[in-house]
Design a protein around this ligand. Structure first.
Ligand code: ZN
Length: 270
């Protein structure tokens, strides 16, 4: 993962995606937008209380930095489930500048060029995919529920069904999200991760002196991608925690509802 700065806007990219020369992509930070606090400054979430004109301008700036036409964007409509949808060129603009029929969808994929798949996050794990052989891309939003529902491996399966993608060809980038340092959960949530015990640690909460659990969502998603057939060397991850980097990222855990949203975007070049 690389942090880039362009005209005052900071965004992350994955070398394994950039190096193919087949896509434009990036994960936003909170740096480089126009929104006031608590959305300061690159808020990409509509309906969070920020002025729509600010969010529009933020998208314009991010897309300019990524060299993507904003009108090519298709938004995910996330509900922490694991529904996936193939989109195409005629879906461009949905959620951004036109009405969308995409609902309850936490992952998008396409093999059409110039369709920019957009997922939103502020602690949840964004995952970008590319099959460089069959030329297909995908973007998924994996909160803890989506992670447990194995949305990452469901997307690999979907890419295989839709585009004939072989798991061993797919490269994936796991974006910034809440890290194991800050993702503290109670026992019922920790139990959901029983298959991935090695990525769950126990800690005494300083606030309550009670036993809590810390889950490594990057590790679990990486393990899920490998079990789906991806080569370990084809997976890159952003090792920055959204919760402990307040200058760089919005975090739901840290700021609750008084926060902006980040976006991860990928577009296949013609
Ligand atoms: Zn942290």
């Amino acid at each position: 993962m690389v942090l880039n700065s362009k005209e005052g806007l900071t965004f992350s990219t994955f070398g394994i995606l950039t190096n193919t020369g087949l896509v434009r992509h990036g994960g936003s930070t909170r740096v480089g937008g126009v929104s006031p606090n608590p959305f300061e400054s690159l808020n990409l979430g509509y309906g969070r209380g920020d002025d729509i004109a600010n969010v529009n301008e933020n998208f314009k700036r991010l897309c300019e930095a990524l060299d993507i036409n904003p009108n090519d964007m298709v938004f995910c409509a996330q509900t922490h489930k694991a529904n996936l949808r193939r989109v195409c060129a005629s879906d461009r603009g949905k959620g951004y500048n036109k009405e969308s029929d995409i609902r309850e969808t936490d992952g998008l994929c396409t093999n059409d060029a110039n369709v920019a798949l957009v997922t939103f996050s502020a602690d949840c794990v964004p995952i970008l995919f590319l099959d460089p052989i069959n030329r297909a891309i995908a973007a998924a939003h994996a909160g803890w529920r989506g992670t447990v529902a194995r949305i990452a491996s469901l997307m690999v399966k979907k890419m295989n069904e839709e585009f004939g993608s072989k798991p061993e060809d797919i490269v994936a980038g796991i974006g910034a999200s809440i890290g194991q340092c800050c993702f503290e959960v109670d026992r019922p949530v920790a139990r959901e991760f029983k298959e991935w015990n090695e990525y769950v640690s126990e800690a005494i909460s300083p606030a309550t002196q009670q036993v809590k659990y810390h889950v490594d969502l990057w590790g679990v998603n990486r393990a899920i991608l490998i079990s789906a057939g991806l080569m370990p060397e084809h997976i890159d991850s952003n090792a920055l925690c959204t919760c402990c980097n307040p200058d760089l990222y919005f975090s739901h855990r840290r700021d609750k509802d008084a926060r902006g949203s980040m976006a991860s975007i990928i577009l296949l070049l013609p």
